[in-house]
Write a protein that binds this ligand. Sequence first.
Ligand code: XMP
Length: 515
Amino acid sequence: MIILVDFGSQTAHLISRRIRELGVEVKVVEPEGILKPFDLAQGGQVQDDGGVDGIIFSGGPASVYEKGAPTLEKKIFELGIPILGICYGQQLMCHLLGGEVKPGFKKEYGRAVLRQQATGNSGQLLKNIPSESTIWMSHGDEVVKVPPGFETVATTETIPHAVIENEKMRIYGIQFHPEVVHTQFGMQILENFLKICGLTPKRSGIDQDSVENIIQDIKESVQNGKVICALSGGVDSSVAALLVHKAIGKNLTSIYVESGLMREGETENLKKVFKDHYKMNVQIVDAKDLFLKNLRKVVDPEQKRRIIGKVFIEVFEKEAQKIHAKFLVQGTIYPDVIESAGSKHSKTIKSHHNVGGLPLDMKLKLIEPLRQLYKDQVRQIGKILGLPESITQRQPFPGPGLAVRIIGEVTEEKLDILRKADAIVTDELKDIKLWQAFAVLTGIKTTGVRGDNRAYGQTLAIRAIEAKDTMSANFARLPYELLDKISTRIVNEVKEVNRVVYDITNKPPATMEWE
Ligand code: XMP
């Protein structure tokens, strides 16, 4: 087993997922509890209890030298168990072992090239990794002096100690994030570390059996009870609802709340797929006016999210009460859980409306079949269940809908403009595989010229991104010709828009949605 010490990194859960994907058990602990899995032997010596093969320190938002920064008892390094420190984990390791950490010359986010030292002894951690590879950085501080006994084995253009190691003690530190997909050989680094721990990692995935197990679990917990579900038509809620439908059939009622914040054609499509094709019991509730009324004059993104979540619950609860259900299905996936609540030391980035929201005071038991899973795994389940690609490969869409893609107050008029422009973006990019592509109404009006007249119109932004999970993303390198076509179509077909811009920011530091 690997112990993962969580210092509050946004990607700590991703590290544990990667380790599990390699077939190894992980236990996530807060730094304060780290020595608990170990027995203190007599004489103050620390020994492990025999079950721990390795320890990973996650990254985190703090600086090692700031007051109250999470830390560890130094005894951890005396256990003789291999340790891998990632980002903050590496800095803390250096800080505690006599190295030096300083604020970086500038904060660094995004891609970098990792170069292994030609002269160094690139021990086991970078085994089978080319001497140059792409990595993903997200940090402010950096190690400027390694602790005694450590050696630097790789650098980047801006980071002198990107990978450090003490082969004898089997302690390793890396400044970048091996857990995110943008680090080219990230999985290999983790695999190498597990081998250093004496484990035999092997890569695994979702299969037919795991899906059958989920359905069987649902059957057993629900039996003849009535179940309700909030169906949004997105991948998560669709797969969750279909899993439950496969398990209990007509005892499931799915409620679709029409908020008026959805994209063009969405409600019609949902009817077609779930009501007509799958013959599921879906109730469609029109609450467009209620949402708009509550959003009047609201501009703060977090307030918008809270209001939408609250109205959604009210509408949903009213409908649900008519059904006398005992259970509630939610399509919560793991990143939702982590980004909403986070662990003890992590910071809230956005309050996601599909978690922490639904009616806990309804005294319904929750069924969350996807709670431990990531988007790509959910898609895989959908595929195994026979859902069409139009759903399994569908782009994610935020719970608060177009409201978080309209900067400033949300009005019906702005929703109409955004919907029309967004449909053009979707249409033009339908053959390109992207994580997400959408339009954002920026709330900025600029001067233009139409015919011979001055025009003062809306600025629309296009966001098109590539990603494998919600934690990191690159803006898509779309061809200029295509951007030109989209821009021309938008300004011609949506008369209120007279300027189109392309968002060229990666995540981090920008999030995928603008709000
Ligand atoms: P951010 O903007 O946080 O988005 O980088 C990461 C991914 O999550 C989606 N997103 C949401 N999904 N409820 C959801 O179900 C929400 O409140 C929400 N907010 C953002 C976003 O579209 C992106 O794919």
